[in-house]
Design a protein around this ligand. Structure first.
Ligand SMILES: [Zn+2]
Length: 230
């Protein structure tokens, strides 16, 4: 009886220490985009459970000071409620993040992704849309926003609304967010030869995903590589 109690105590003391030492989970050795997505899912599960143990940031900061090697590029919204490193349970030198309202890439966003690919860092690109996205919700409203830059943003997002119901209900906003995220993935593949070639040659994978606000559990959205525009 005593011995079994001792084993239990050792387990409960040692297990959290062991778990902390493993965070964030090491990236896969094989450079297979799918394996990297699985690692992000594992990190997301830890985030969903509210159990992110960020204890190694000082060491990571020091270790990565000389150079970066982020194997995952994330194109996500600027929304303060969707921070990619937290959402995927990753830390310093893990994610190369491009953020703009509505998770769309402009010329500089594309340049950033090309920069990461040309340095041979990127194995996987994640395009992350999210629930209750303000930019997508604005694009769903009739009329035009007040500035030239905002009009350009909603014009881009609206282009993805072909064939979907553009209402105000949560399901309509979700459909619009998903359509926009898929169109955003199409856009970077079609508008950049560097990104398009890397994705079509399967050197770089693309995952489109949806982030629900309350659960935080990232959902993968089916997406296929668009054929090149001739
Ligand atoms: Zn948003």
């Amino acid at each position: 009886m005593r011995r079994s109690r001792l084993i239990l105590v050792v387990f409960f003391v040692a297990f959290p220490l062991f778990a902390q030492a493993q965070f964030p989970e090491p990236w896969p050795k094989a450079l297979v985009p799918e394996r990297f997505w699985e690692t992000l899912v594992t990190g997301n599960n830890t985030y969903v459970a509210g159990a992110l143990p960020y204890t190694g940031l000082a060491a990571q900061r020091k270790d990565s000071a000389g150079d970066q090697h982020p194997p995952v590029t994330v194109l996500s919204c600027s929304d303060s409620r969707v921070p990619p490193e937290l959402v995927f349970g990753r830390a310093i030198d893990d994610l190369f993040v491009v953020r703009a309202a509505g998770n769309v890439a402009d010329t500089f966003g594309i340049a950033s992704i090309e920069y990461a690919i040309s340095h041979r860092w990127t194995i996987l690109i994640v395009v992350l849309g999210h629930e209750r996205c303000g930019a997508v919700t604005e694009a769903l409203k009739p009329g035009q926003p007040g500035t030239r830059a905002l009009r350009a943003l909603v014009r881009r997002i609206r282009r993805s609304f072909d064939g979907i119901k553009t209402g105000k209900k949560p399901d309509d906003v979700r459909a619009a967010v998903i359509a926009n995220a898929k169109a955003s993935a199409d856009y970077i593949v079609l508008r950049s030869k560097v990104i398009g070639d890397a994705v079509r040659d399967h050197k770089v994978g693309v995952v489109v995903a949806y982030y629900p606000m309350v659960s935080g559990k990232v959902e993968r959205i089916p997406w296929e590589i668009p054929p090149p525009v001739k």
